[in-house]
Design a protein around this ligand. Structure first.
Ligand code: AGP
Length: 587
C-alpha cells in the first residue's frame, strides 16, 4: 500500500506535496514524510496522518517527493517513515521488497548503516552503491536486484531538479502541466490542463522540465496520455461529517448507473462469454468477495449455472481448477488489490477469460483483463466500502439476469429497475438503527446471522462493524450457530438477524429464538413486516419488500449505517480505521 508523490517545477514543492499526500491517505496513514532536493535534502517525517506534517509546509525547494505509509516491515514510527536517505539519494517506495533481508545483509557487509527497519531503505543503499553519474542507469541496476513490488520516486543531490521513477507491480502515474508530477494514483495530481501518463511495469522515467520515459532496456519511449476526468476525480464531503455517511447516501444514485454498463459494447461480448462458460468463478477480497458470494446466489438461483467464489489470496497460491473456456470474474473496487490481480493473472495463464468488475477503469486489474465492466460508483474515499459494494451487486445481478435470459428465464432485469427507489427508502428507514447503538457500545462480541443471500448480507454487516468499530464480530449462517458458536452467546450479546426470504423465514426465526433464550439482544433487518413485531426483538428495521435473490443490495444498507453510528459513538474516525488502507497493493 502506501502513497507516493513527487513534484518538480517553479513553485514551492512542500505545500503541493502535502496537498497531494492528503489525497493519498486512503492508501495508509501510519506515518508521512517529505524530502526536498538541494545540496542536501530537507526532510520532515511524522507518525500518523499527513496533518501532523504541517511544519513541513515551510521547507524551501521546488523539487521534492512525499510518502504516506501503511506499515508492512517495521513499526509505524518516525524512524520507519519515508523518505529514506542514503548518501546522495532519497527514496519513497510503495510495495514490498521481498528479498530485502539478503540485500540489507549485503549492504551491511560493506559497512553501510541502516536507519530504519523497513524493506524500502535498501533501495537508497543500492542506488548509492551503483551510482556512477547516470541516474537512470543506477536505478535500473538497483531495480534489477529487487524482488517483489515497487513504485519508486527518487531524488539525487547531483540532479537537484530531477525525480527518477521506477515501477513494477505497484501503480505510478506521471502528470505534466503546472510542473511535472508523479503519484500513486490519478486523483492525487488530477487538474485541468494536466496530461497524465501511466507508467507500466518495467518502465522508468525522469521528471524535470518535462517527463522522459524509458523502457526496460533503458531506451527512451513515447507514451499515450490517459483519458481522465479531472473534475470527477476529486470528490468533496459537501457538508457531511464523513465520506462514509455521504457514500451511503449516494447508493440510490449509484444504482441508477446500471444501464451505462449494459450499453457498453463490452457488455455484449461478456454476455456471449457468460452464455458459453460451463461454469463461473469469482475471485475477490474483503467486501468485493462478499459481492461475489451474493452473485453466486443469483447466478445459481436464476440460471442454474454453477458459480464458485474464492478469496483471491487463496486462489493465487492454490491450484485452482480453471481452464480454457472458463470465465473468471475478478471483482475489485480499486482494481489495485495485489491478491486479486495475481489471481486474475493465474486464471489467464491457465487459459480462462477474465472479466474485471472494477470501480476504477484505468486500474491495473482492468489493464490485464480480457473484458472490463465498470460499476460506476464514483470515487469512494472512506476505507470501509459501502456504495461500491451495492454497485458491484447491481452489476453482478444484472449479469445474472442476462445469463438467466440466455437460458430462457426472462424478467429479472426488470426487477432490478426498482432498486434505486427501494434503496432510497432503505437509507431513510435504515436510520432507525441509531436507536440500537447503545446496545453495541461495549459488546464483547457481536453476531450477524442469516440464511442464503441473507447470510452474505450478514457477512458484510459483520465486516463493516469490525472494520470501523473494532468490536469483535462474526457473520454466521443462522443454522450453523448451534454447532459451536452458540456457546459464545451470553446475557446482552447483540445478535443481528437478516431475514428477507419468505421460504427461510421460520428457519431463521428458530435461530432468533435460540439466541434469545440464551440472553442475546436480538435486532432484525427484514423485508417481511410480519416478523418485525416478534417479542424476542429489541429492535427491527423493515426495509421495502424486494424478493430474496437481490435483497443484499438493500439489507446491507442498515448494516452499513449501524457500523457507522457505532463507530461514531465509540469515538472512532469511520473514514480512517486503524491499521487499514483503502487500496491493498501488497499481499
Ligand atoms: C471493505 O470495507 C474493505 N476496506 C476491504 O475489505 C476491501 O473490500 C478489500 O480490500 C478489497 O478491495 P478492492 O475492492 O479494492 O479490491
Amino acid at each position: 500500500m502506501c502513497g507516493i508523490v513527487g513534484y518538480v517545477g517553479k513553485r514551492q514543492a512542500a505545500p503541493l506535496l502535502l496537498g497531494a499526500l492528503k489525497k493519498l491517505e486512503y492508501r495508509g496513514y501510519d506515518s508521512a514524510g517529505i524530502a526536498l532536493s538541494g545540496k542536501t535534502f530537507a526532510v520532515k517525517k511524522c507518525t500518523g496522518a499527513v496533518k501532523n506534517l504541517r511544519d513541513a509546509a515551510f521547507l524551501e525547494g521546488t523539487c521534492g517527493i512525499g510518502h504516506t505509509r501503511w506499515a508492512t516491515h517495521g513499526a509505524p514510527s518516525e524512524r520507519n517513515a519515508h523518505p529514506h536517505v542514503c548518501g546522495r539519494f532519497a527514496v519513497v517506495h510503495n510495495g514490498i521488497i521481498e528479498n530485502y533481508k539478503a540485500l540489507r545483509a549485503e549492504c551491511e557487509a560493506r559497512g553501510e548503516r541502516f536507519a530504519s527497519d523497513t524493506d524500502s531503505e535498501v533501495v537508497a543503499h543500492l542506488l548509492e552503491f551503483y551510482f556512477r553519474g547516470d541516474l537512470i542507469g543506477a536505478l535500473r541496476q538497483a531495480c534489477a536486484r529487487l524482488m517483489g513490488s515497487y513504485a519508486l520516486a527518487v531524488l539525487c543531490t547531483e540532479f537537484p531538479q530531477t525525480i527518477a521513477l521506477a515501477r513494477s507491480k505497484s501503480p505510478l502515474v506521471v502528470g505534466v502541466g503546472g510542473g511535472v508530477w508523479c503519484a500513486s494514483d490519478v486523483p492525487a495530481i488530477a487538474a485541468k490542463n494536466r496530461t497524465v501518463y501511466v507508467l507500466a511495469d518495467g518502465e522508468f522515467a525522469l521528471l524535470g522540465e518535462q517527463a522522459t520515459f524509458f523502457g526496460r532496456e533503458g531506451n527512451v519511449i513515447s507514451k499515450q496520455p490517459l483519458e481522465y476526468d479531472a473534475a470527477g476525480s476529486i470528490p468533496a464531503r459537501r457538508g457531511y461529517r464523513h465520506f462514509m455517511r455521504k457514500e451511503i447516501d449516494e447508493i440510490p444514485a449509484v444504482l441508477e448507473n446500471r444501464p451505462h454498463a449494459v450499453g457498453l459494447p463490452t457488455y455484449a461480448e461478456v454476455r456471449r462469454a457468460l452464455a458459453a462458460a460451463p461454469h463461473i468463478s469469482v475471485v475477490a477480497c474483503g467486501t468485493a468477495y462478499h459481492a461475489g458470494l451474493a452473485a453466486k446466489y443469483a447466478f445459481e438461483a436464476l440460471s442454474r449455472v454453477r458459480c464458485e467464489v474464492t478469496v483471491a489470496s487463496e486462489y493465487r497460491y492454490g491450484d485452482p481448477i480453471v481452464e480454457a473456456g472458463d470465465l473468471v470474474i475478478a471483482v475489485s473496487q480499486s482494481g489495485e488489490t495485489a491478491d486479486t490481480i495475481a489471481a486474475a493473472q493465474l486464471a489467464k495463464e491457465r487459459g480462462a477469460a477474465v472479466l474485471a468488475v472494477v470501480n476504477v477503469p484505468g486500474s491495473t486489474l482492468a489493464g490485464i483483463a480480457d473484458f472490463v465492466l465498470p460499476v460506476s460508483a464514483g470515487r469512494e474515499i472512506a476505507v470501509a466500502a459501502t456504495k461500491s459494494f451495492n454497485a458491484q451487486l447491481m452489476l453482478l445481478y444484472t449479469l445474472a439476469a442476462t445469463l438467466a435470459e440466455a437460458k430462457g428465464r426472462r424478467g429479472y432485469g426488470d426487477l432490478l429497475k426498482d432498486f434505486p427507489a427501494l434503496a432510497r427508502k432503505t437509507v431513510s428507514v435504515g436510520e432507525g438503527v441509531r436507536a440500537w447503538v447503545a446496545y453495541f457500545m461495549s459488546a464483547a462480541s457481536v453476531y450477524f446471522i442469516g440464511r442464503g443471500a441473507d447470510y452474505v448480507a450478514a457477512l458484510e454487516g459483520s465486516l463493516k462493524l469490525k472494520e470501523i468499530t473494532y468490536l469483535p464480530s462474526e457473520g454466521y449462517p443462522a443454522g450453523e450457530l448451534k454447532h459451536g458458536t452458540l456457546a459464545l452467546v451470553e446475557e446482552g450479546t447483540p445478535v443481528v438477524a437478516v431475514l428477507t426470504s419468505e421460504k427461510l423465514a421460520e428457519k431463521t426465526m428458530n435461530a432468533v429464538h435460540e439466541v434469545y433464550a440464551r440472553g442475546a439482544r436480538v435486532f432484525l433487518i427484514t423485508s417481511l413486516e410480519a416478523y418485525a413485531d416478534a417479542a424476542e426483538l429489541t429492535g427491527a428495521v423493515v426495509i421495502p419488500p424486494c424478493g430474496d435473490v437481490f435483497s443484499p443490495m438493500l439489507s446491507v444498507i442498515p448494516l452499513q449505517l449501524l457500523a457507522y453510528y457505532v463507530a461514531l459513538a465509540r469515538g472512532n474516525d469511520p473514514d480512517k480505521p486503524r491499521n487499514l488502507a483503502k487500496s491493498v497493493t501488497v499481499e
